[in-house]
Ligand binder design. Structure first.
Ligand code: UD1
Length: 417
């Protein structure tokens, strides 16, 4: 098992390039199945979740080539329509293949998806929407079998909750449906717009991407295309928060500042100067952060749940009490016990976390519980004086490319062993 060894107490300073977004590249890889031809994808991060998505393609008999941050998918009608249980368990995003395989093969079989243990993560919204499009669903020995023999039919779908994954699955499923599909109360995350841009560049007819009402006009076929994945706003939020806790001055390049507004607003409230220009964000943090009275997660453009653990960690050394309210996932706070090993003073009451800022944190041995919770431990270790060990970093590798190298580039002392 690999660990991160962090010698904390060093200020982060310098410039860093942000990778492509995990939450974009995964649905885009899934959507590449829909093309009759080649998808050339640029700016793809090297993450274990991306490797898992490519393994799903292999399992379906779809060829691909990976070279640096480019991935080329040579799409054909998949030889198989079954995603085996071991691949489904590897990551939550395996559920993203539901819509694309169903649309391309007229059937798909999956088991319950894996991923971070952030509480119950049902796929009822995905299933209800696919049924509305005309799919038949059958449960067979732990596997879910979807079929749409005569093809799917466009319809109006109203989501109970603007689920990111469900919105993406419906869009992919509806690309070849007969007629028009309208998704009401759709999620508006930037990664959804990126998926839509990819599909439209291949000949899909999807309008109003990035709004809560998305229209998909069914087409017969999609053709070859080339697409550059948008920057990862959560990776960017991670390095901004790491700079904030260490009182540093860091410039991130290759980011989309408008996608980071909610995070930047909170960092500004904590006393950081934030400067956005073109495709860069610069943070200049005070020696000690100010507490933030109340931060609430919400669907985009609200404060992203994935940045919650990062900011909770940074506020552990603020000069007073901060309150955090998590509204998306029930078990987001699984990482808090591990964070307490650094001497952090956090009490959770259901959705609420009360963070009493301490002047400093202590070095600690801890274990990652999930992806963003793991990143929160890294942030704490960067502040804590002395050597900390973070174990179970397979979680971190799902979402961060070269995290140790990147932090070292900014002046931190981090080793992966
Ligand atoms: C995506 C992101 C994840 C992010 C999350 C919320 C990817 C690969 N992952 O996950 O990083 O944390 O959005 O911004 O893009 N829900 C249901 N029934 C469903 C679907 C969802 O009850 O059928 C609930 C979930 O349990 C959760 C909430 O809705 O409480 C949000 O889930 P959703 O927006 O679907 O998140 P994901 O697509 O899984």
């Amino acid at each position: 098992m690999r660990n991160l060894i962090i010698n904390g107490g060093k200020q982060l300073n310098g410039t860093l390039k942000i990778h492509g977004a995990k939450n974009s590249v995964l649905p885009v890889i899934s959507a590449s199945i829909l093309l009759s031809g080649k998808s050339v994808l640029h700016n793809c991060p090297d993450l274990t979740d991306v490797t898992a998505a490519l393994e799903i393609l292999e399992c379906l008999g779809i060829k691909h080539k990976r070279s640096g941050s480019d991935i080329t998918v040579f799409s054909d009608v998949p030889e198989s329509f079954v995603i085996p249980d071991n691949l489904m368990r590897r990551m939550r995003s395996s559920v993203m293949f539901l819509g694309s395989i169903l649309a391309r093969c007229g059937r798909v079989t999956i088991s319950a998806p894996g991923g971070c243990m952030l509480g119950p993560r049902p796929i009822d919204i995905h299933i209800a929407a696919l049924k509305k499009l005309g799919a038949k669903v059958r449960e067979n020995r732990g596997m879910l079998e979807f079929s749409a023999k005569g093809g799917l039919k466009g319809t109006d779908i109203v989501l109970d909750f603007p689920s990111v994954g469900a919105t993406e699955n419906i869009i992919m499923a509806a690309v070849f449906a007969k007629g028009k599909t309208t998704v009401h109360n759709a999620a508006r995350e930037p990664e959804i717009k990126d998926l839509i841009d990819f599909l439209n560049s291949a000949g899909a007819k999807i309008s109003n991407g990035g709004t809560d009402t998305v229209d998909i006009e069914g087409v017969k076929e999609l053709h070859s295309t080339e697409h550059t994945v948008i920057p990862d706003r959560i990776e960017a939020a991670t390095y901004l928060t790491a700079a904030a806790i260490t009182g540093g001055n860091v410039k991130l390049i290759d980011v989309e500042p408008s996608n980071l507004s909610a995070v930047n607003d909170v960092l500004a409230k904590s006393g950081c100067e934030i400067l956005c220009t073109g495709n860069s964000v610069t943070i200049n943090a005070p020696a000690r952060l100010k507490p933030v009275k109340l931060i609430k997660t919400n669907v985009y453009p609200g404060f992203p749940t994935d940045a919650g653990p990062l900011i909770v960690s940074a506020l552990c050394t603020a000069g007073g009490t901060s309150v955090f309210c998590e509204n998306i996932f029930e078990n987001r706070y699984v990482f808090v016990d591990e964070l307490s090993r650094f001497g952090a003073d956090i009490n959770t009451y259901g959705k609420i976390a009360v963070i009493e800022g301490k002047k400093t944190l202590l070095s600690a041995h801890c274990q990652c519980t999930d992806l963003r919770g793991g990143a929160a431990l890294v942030i704490a270790a960067l502040k804590a004086e002395g050597e900390s060990t973070i174990g179970n970093i397979c979680h971190i590798k799902r979402g961060y490319q070269d995290i140790a190298e990147n932090l070292c580039r900014l002046g931190a002392d981090v080793k992966e062993i």
